[in-house]
Design a protein. Structure first.
Length: 225
């Protein structure tokens, strides 16, 4: 679907946007990490109540991208303080040298960024990100942190193009299924402080579908504001 100038409106989440936001998220995880139960976890946690978990917290928000052509939601992004979004990461990032001059509460997390495939590569993601950066700056955040997967190649290219720096990579290994359990489970294996420290084998496996690589690579990105 090709867009013209002015076809996309970015606005704050409204309660009746929820079915479309859930659909967008379902589509992303069905493609990138099927059968591991992650989407169910997302729907039971932060996306169970977007108003409570994003709009009603200090320094949090959620936007949707709406096409004026047929009034549907075609993209979304959320922001939370890192201490809320990813507490484990928050603790770990306190020691991160590129955040040393920043109070940890001035780091936010970009979450659930997605644009539906038919509208990708037409600057919808960029408009969502631009809105998020303006919000982050006016809320006195000094850095944006996010995690994505090595298999999410469009996202990796997008974040690099938009000025994010690659941080550490967490490697998880797919666990053997037990007692006929069909749900994919991961075991944390190695943390590479930077993607340049990945082994040759990891570089090869990094962006392959999880069903082939039997690995999950969580790629961290950050940007100072
Ligand atoms: C990542 C994503 C949100 C980007 O949204 P988008 O609307 O397609 O991105 P934009 O059109 O705004 O692109 C902005 C810039 O990134 C670059 N970019 C975006 N997708 C790209 C791709 N697949 N390959 C190369 N460059 C890409 C564009 O070239 C553009 O720069 P330019 O216009 O100056 O050349 C979208 O691809 C997506 O939803 N992917 C699947 C879900 C996902 O992986 N989400 C991330 C979860 S962390």
């Amino acid at each position: 679907m090709s867009l013209n100038n002015g076809d996309i409106l970015i606005h704050s989440f409204q309660p009746n946007d929820i079915p479309q936001c859930l659909n967008i998220t379902r589509g992303v995880y069905a493609k990138y990490c099927p059968e591991d139960g992650y989407v169910e976890k997302v729907f039971a946690t932060d996306m169970a109540d977007i108003e409570k978990n994003y709009l009603n917290i200090k320094g949090g928000h959620w936007w949707v991208a709406r096409t004026m052509v047929d009034n549907t939601v075609v993209g979304q992004v959320g922001i939370q303080p890192l201490s809320v979004g990813n507490q484990k990461c928050y603790q770990a990032e306190l020691a991160n040298p590129h955040y040393l001059h920043i109070h940890p509460d001035q780091i936010c997390e970009l979450r659930r960024m997605a644009v539906i495939p038919a509208y990708q590569k037409q600057r919808v993601g960029f408009k969502l990100l631009h809105t998020l950066i303006e919000f982050a700056q006016s809320n006195d955040y000094k850095a944006i942190h996010l995690t994505t997967l090595g298999t999410m190649t469009s996202a990796c290219k997008f974040y690099a193009r938009c000025g994010f720096t690659k941080g550490k990579v967490e490697q998880y290994v797919v666990a053997e299924s037990k007692n006929g359990d069909t749900k994919v489970k991961y075991l944390k294996s190695t943390v590479f402080e930077h993607s340049s420290s990945l082994t040759e084998d990891d570089v090869r496996l990094y962006s392959l579908p999880i069903s082939e690589s039997k690995r999950l690579y969580v790629q961290h990105y950050w940007m100072l504001l």
